[in-house]
Ligand binder design. Sequence first.
Ligand code: FAD
Ligand code: NAD
Length: 402
Amino acid sequence: QAKPRIVVLGAGYAGMMTTKKLLKNLSPEEAEIVLVNKHNYHYQTTWLHELAAGTINPNQVRIMIRDIISPNRVRLIYDTVVEIDKGNQRVLMENSELTYDYLVVALGYESNTFGINGMDKHAFFIENFESCQLIREHIEYQFARYHSDPTMDEASLAILVGGGGYTGIEFVGELVEKIPKLCKKYDIDRGKVKIINVEAAPTILPGFDHDLVAYAKKSLQERGAEIIEGTKINECTAEGFIVGENNELIKAGTIVWTGGVKGNSILDKSGFELTKGKVTVNGDLRAPGYDNIFILGDCAWVMNKAENRPYPPTAQAAMQHATTCAQNIRALMYHEPLEEFVFSDKGTVASLGVTDAVGSILNGTKLYGKSAATMKKVVDDRYLFLLGGPKLLLKKGKFRPF
Ligand code: FAD
Ligand code: NAD
């Protein structure tokens, strides 16, 4: 009898860790493992704000998949998934197709514009490696252009960030460190460059600890960012955002939307039943009605039953999903009982540039400033270690001195 084929879609946090765990749980004789990803590299989604601001070398953000996962053990397919044909247990890709016995869907998130007029057309998104390269290059282009073209106005230098959740605030934290360097490079007065964050909720980082929110706001303002809270973005035009009850226009030459995320649109295209663009998975992380399909990471809507709300989509959760999923695939193969996913919350740390951060860890211990920034680097480096051991940590780790 042929051995079962396990197909993992997406080489992000969930996909990479699931593949690694499957390799540990199953011998080559027990199953064929296939990993499908758009590119031949895995990138650190949690570092994308740094890539977009230009505060990190792009090559530090990505890792060749074959350096982590041996092609001798896992069939690596670099292709773009177009649709999952659940009825025939097939994955359709741009250049080929493939059948599966067990499927793991870990295709990550897409930016959610909530249908705001003009956002898709005029804003950049912190969505993937390429979209962030584009932001970095666009910002630098605006500076180069202002420097060489006397007809350009100051608004062309302004950077507008829509949404003050973790992504928006971490991005602004990088910008306040990067912009002075760009000003020096292009001989532009720092006072001419506005960095503006607009948040609809009464404060940035809604839901986060009040003291930490106040600290983050002050830190960013002191370094020259403008934070506009309690103000909804109604529309996006080529000139900027139209905001608030009076539909005021805020102009900028670079517009970035960080107002929210949804599951990969492949889920919708493939006919899964969705809650806010994600699949509401069963406790064992399977898609309802499909015994052999697991949905992980940012594609999954996983309920926190104690609080009757979903867990936020994080890399921390995606990696924990991977452990449960790999365990459950083995259990399915051997007709054993499946385990329920239980999230173990290690806390949240948000960077505010290289040297500053805020965090809440271990049941509410608060961290500020350099201790939080150090903790953030420890978290980042821990992941690299889990993924590729000391070799990867030494190659891509964050050891930048303050
Ligand atoms: P991803 O890691 O995004 O991976 C998805 C993979 O699927 C990618 O490799 C992509 O190329 C591939 N893919 C997508 N579409 C296709 C397709 N059609 N065909 C083939 N391949 C495809 N979480 C934390 O816990 N801590 C943090 O500090 C943190 N910081 C963050 C900072 C930023 C700026 C952002 C944006 C998010 C941050 N998050 C953080 C959230 C975290 O990054 C996500 O929850 C996590 O990446 C989800 O993992 P995933 O495996 O579901 O998706
Ligand atoms: P988010 O949904 O957490 O934040 C989006 C923000 O945009 C919200 O504060 C929302 O009020 C605001 N917004 C939405 N519509 C708006 C409008 N019309 N006008 C003005 N503001 C508007 O999204 P995110 O920041 O991209 O984060 C996505 C996920 O990734 C979250 O689960 C987050 O926890 C995770 N993440 C974690 C970290 C970290 O742990 N350091 C960093 C980045 C992201």
